[in-house]
Design a protein around this ligand. Structure first.
Ligand code: SAM
Length: 288
């Protein structure tokens, strides 16, 4: 049995398969033996119909997840890793590995085909797709209970920022619309082979049964949030006018209607404020 958290054994395994790491695919494999058991036990695998993993690499997290979940489906983009995974997961009958691009595959169809109920997602994410992949998982109205992922430490701080704090950005508000974010634990750069330049954190997003705010137009809410953060140094009035392509007088009237000062920065607003603002901008009664 290969110890999948032992760098010497991993190097021998990969050499036998003629595998070389791809930086472009974000291939930094976990070699700290305490991390995968913690992720697997905290991702909600037991309560879900199964676990969807993205980017299994050589299967170190996959093997751990298979001890907690009824079924694990792992999507790996790099076809060179499939023979490696066949070898390392040979004794895991509840694991299915599929070669797929997590950004392209039809996740709704895949989950419906592979699982008989809502799933937990757990992954050591390739960092080049962190934000778009998280938004894809959250926005697509998929049967997902929680998303537990390893991300760069700075991304974890931004995604899980307290409402109205300086660390926040458009992604923190977008995430809060769909889920309650938690930072679970920190992971040092030395926990990976090869070591990346930055430290990481494991976060868990517990998906809401219903959004915490209701708006007339969801797409407009996200456009308003994006515009408010696109030029962080600008006041809300200027950022929203530029980002939404609307006259300042109209923005000013909407801000007045919801009681938000026009010289504030977007980071000071809560999700509720953005929801009110989006509704005010959607309302035909707001005149310039
Ligand atoms: N889970 C393993 C671990 O913890 O050691 C590997 C994690 S490594 C950071 C990211 C993995 O995601 C790599 O195996 C990489 O090939 C895979 N990957 C990269 N882009 C992907 C994509 N678009 N869809 C699915 N897998 C992807």
């Amino acid at each position: 049995m290969i110890d999948l958290a032992n760098p010497t054994q991993i190097k021998a395994l990969l050499a036998r398969h003629g595998f070389h790491f791809s930086k472009a695919l974000g291939q930094n494999f976990l070699v700290n033996p305490s991390v995968c058991p913690r992720m697997a036990s905290q991702c909600g695998a037991e309560e879900a119909a199964g676990v969807l993993e993205i980017g299994p690499g050589i299967g170190v997290l996959t093997a751990e997840l298979s001890r907690h979940a009824k079924k694990v489906v792992a999507l790996e983009l790099d076809s060179r890793l499939l023979p490696v995974l066949t070898e390392t997961l040979a004794d895991r009958p509840n694991v299915t590995v599929l070669q797929a691009d997590a950004m392209e595959v039809d996740l709704a169809a895949l989950l419906a085909r592979e699982f008989d109920g809502p799933v937990a997602v757990c992954a050591n994410l390739p960092y080049y797709i962190t934000s778009p992949l998280l938004m894809r998982l959250l926005e697509s109205h998929l049967p997902i209970t929680a998303v537990t992922v390893m991300v760069q430490k700075e991304a974890a701080t931004r995604i899980c920022a307290a409402p109205g704090s300086r660390d926040g950005g458009a992604i923190s508000l977008a995430v809060r619309y769909y889920a309650e974010p938690h930072v679970l634990f920190a992971v040092s750069a030395g926990s990976f082979l090869p070591s990346p330049k930055v430290d990481s954190s494991v976060i868990r997003l517990d998906l809401h049964a219903a959004p915490p705010v209701t708006v007339q137009d969801e797409a407009l809410l996200f456009r308003v949030i994006k515009a408010a953060f696109a030029q962080r140094r600008k006041t809300l009035l200027n950022a929203l006018s530029a980002g939404l392509g609307l006259p300042k007088a109209q923005i000013s009237a909407a801000l007045r209607a919801v009681g938000v000062a026009e010289n504030l920065r977007g980071e000071r607003l809560l999700l509720e404020d953005f929801a009110h603002l989006a509704d005010a901008l959607a309302a035909p009664s707001i005149e310039a």
